[in-house]
Design a protein around this ligand. Structure first.
Ligand SMILES: O=C(CO)[C@@H](O)[C@H](O)[C@H](O)[C@H](O)COP(=O)(O)O
Ligand SMILES: [Zn+2]
Length: 195
């Protein structure tokens, strides 16, 4: 067996073992999807943030909404707080790295919005601070974490805890969860092209 084959087999085995536990998150996933749909139907927007691979996930989620996920529907408002290098460097340099998302949240979050903070450890300070600020400003807050929800789970209104302690596997489940949220958001808007 090659090393790559060994890794592929063990990744697949690990996912097989985790899938039943992931299915157990259905009530939380339904609640998260409903919160996103209600915010968007009420004129609110989604804001997303995360670090490293989770920054990519945050951008991926926002782009599925402003662009398109799977079915044709109107463009939906979503902003990833990870993309503006001027804002990130200014806030990181002049305040603190922990404030890079929170300061943008102070500027952008309105009551009725949803902020989604993505952190596999559950403990990235800048994600936790963004959840805190968004909550204070009247947004509904959702954390995507690993099995250990960490400080993010203590801060957010709702947490989707991917059942793993391995960063990579948590990320792989996060993107699955994000796509399920997008599928459910499509369900709500696909008949409503002019709204
Ligand atoms: O993609 C990976 C590892 O798979 C890394 O870039 C990873 O996202 C970074 O180490 C992050 O800083 C981890 O942050 P977090 O998920 O604990 O909030
Ligand atoms: Zn990665």
């Amino acid at each position: 067996m090659t090393l790559a084959t060994h890794h592929l087999t063990s990744y697949i085995d690990r996912h097989r073992q985790a899938l039943d536990r992931l299915a157990g998150l259905a009530p939380e996933v339904q609640a998260a999807a409903q919160a996103c749909v209600s915010a968007l139907q009420g004129g609110g927007k989604l804001l997303t943030c995360g670090n490293g691979g989770s920054a990519a996930d945050a951008q991926h989620f926002a782009a599925e909404l402003t662009g398109r996920y799977r079915r044709e529907r109107r463009a939906l408002p979503a902003i990833a707080l990870t993309t503006d290098s001027s804002a990130l460097t200014c806030i990181g340099n002049d305040y603190a790295f922990e404030e890079v998302f929170a300061r943008q949240a102070q500027a952008l979050v309105q009551p009725g919005d949803v902020l989604v903070g993505i952190t596999t450890s559950g403990n990235s300070g800048n994600v936790v601070r963004a959840l805190e600020v968004a909550r204070e400003r009247g947004a509904f807050t959702i954390a995507l974490t690993g099995e250990n929800g960490g400080r993010a789970a203590q801060t957010a209104h709702l947490t989707l805890q991917a059942p793993s302690e391995r960063t990579a596997q948590i990320q792989e489940m996060h993107i699955l969860l994000i796509h399920v949220l997008c599928e459910t958001i499509d369900d709500a808007f696909v008949e409503d092209r002019q709204a």
